[in-house]
Write a protein that binds this ligand. Structure first.
Ligand SMILES: C[S@@+](CC[C@H](N)C(=O)[O-])C[C@H]1O[C@@H](n2cnc3c(N)ncnc32)[C@H](O)[C@@H]1O
Length: 345
């Protein structure tokens, strides 16, 4: 079998292949890191036993099924409920603060137990994170670092006023939403708050993704256990029913969680098809695939879709910038930005 590192990709063949794929799929390849696309091409070549890029081009151009396979393999739909659960805790804090509600009066348990995390993988990042946090408070200097972060957060919270954007409706965009776990996690939090907060505002959630398959799965909303590895029992018991199958069981989202979410299939590098401006945008684990120049183009789209004082939440590993245009970093641990025309710090 050919090793991925030994496959050579020359520029001319690469251009020919991506131009062909763009004409067939509309995918905007120039937006992505070249190394990311090359990796996808190479793994498909190995899969279909092509030794050279020219051979793969001939195979692809005479095989519509392979075009479909390429696109599906290209979009990495990896996600799960409450991925980076502490980001969701912070999102809830921000939201409550924006509404002027004291979180002490709210029943919500987003954090899964260490035992649950360990059950899915002893090496799970989240389990490691929990154990680390536990150790954190046995070291005094770390404790002060956390106090500092906490005070810092308090000061940025003071600047957040979550005003409902249009007709008393809070708009939230999960971009990209993959198979739907992220927007459903957001809606679980919102639904849980709605039953406890008086005069809770109306809200809508839009989830968009380029992958047809992912959007289809998001609409069906039946999930395997792999998607449940960071969800607390509180939310699991409240919003899922179990469906027994011949092969084990599936987790079904309750119907009541579906009506606030609109799923859209779109390539967001071409713009966003919904007319809304948003109060909160989750854009996690997409920018990492984009090259530098086009990442800026895409950030312009996000910035233009945020309301003033709107919040942008990036993926935890997406350490991009401290400020960009009117977007200003307010929580470096969780990569959260606020859109503000005036300088905050
Ligand atoms: C790793 S998932 C992230 C899902 C979710 N935000 C999370 O953090 O768990 C990345 C998603 O980006 C989607 N994607 C890649 N390029 C896209 C594009 N140009 N427009 C919309 N979605 C895109 C992929 O289909 C995939 O579902």
């Amino acid at each position: 079998m050919k090793l991925i590192e030994s496959i050579d990709i020359d520029n001319i063949s690469y251009q020919r292949l991506t131009t062909f794929l763009k004409s067939k799929t509309g995918l905007n390849f120039q937006y992505y890191n070249k190394s990311f696309i090359e990796k996808r091409i190479k793994s498909r070549m190995i899969r279909v036993y092509c030794k050279t890029l020219d051979e793969y081009y001939s195979y692809l151009s005479s095989n519509t099924e392979e075009i479909k396979n390429f696109v599906e393999g290209f979009t990495i739909n990896y996600t799960f409920f409450f991925r980076d659960y502490d980001v969701f805790e912070t999102f809830q804090d921000i939201f409550l603060h924006g509404l002027g509600v004291n979180k002490k009066h709210i029943k919500s348990n987003i954090r899964p137990t260490a035992a649950k995390l360990a059950k899915f993988s002893s090496k799970s990042n989240a389990a490691k994170k929990l154990m680390k946090n536990r150790r954190l408070y046995t070291k005094p200097e770390k404790y002060y670092v956390d106090i500092f972060i906490f005070l810092n957060r308090l000061s940025f919270y003071e600047k957040i006023k979550l005003l409902p954007s249009e007709k008393n409706c809070i708009n939230i965009w999960s971009c990209p939403c993959a198979t739907g776990e992220e927007p459903y996690s957001i809606n679980m939090i919102m639904n849980n708050l709605k039953t406890q907060v008086r005069r809770f505002p109306k809200y809508r959630i839009v989830g968009s993704d380029i992958s047809h398959e992912a959007i289809k799965k998001a609409n069906i909303a039946i999930y395997p256990d792999d998607s449940m590895k960071e969800i607390s029992d509180y939310y699991k018991n409240k919003y899922f029913t179990i469906q027994e199958t011949h092969y084990g069981h599936n987790n079904l989202i309750k119907e009541s969680l579906k009506k606030e979410i609109e799923f859209v299939r779109e390539d967001v590098t071409e713009g966003h098809s919904k007319p809304y401006k948003y109060d909160i945008i989750f854009c996690r684990y997409l920018l990492i695939y984009f090259n530098h120049k086009n990442r800026d183009e895409f950030l312009k789209i996000l910035e233009s879709r945020l309301n003033e004082n709107g919040i942008l939440i990036l993926g935890k590993t997406e350490t991009l910038f401290d400020s960009w245009g009117s977007l200003q970093l307010i929580d470096s641990r969780n990569r959260i930005y606020i859109k503000s025309q005036s300088k905050l710090f």
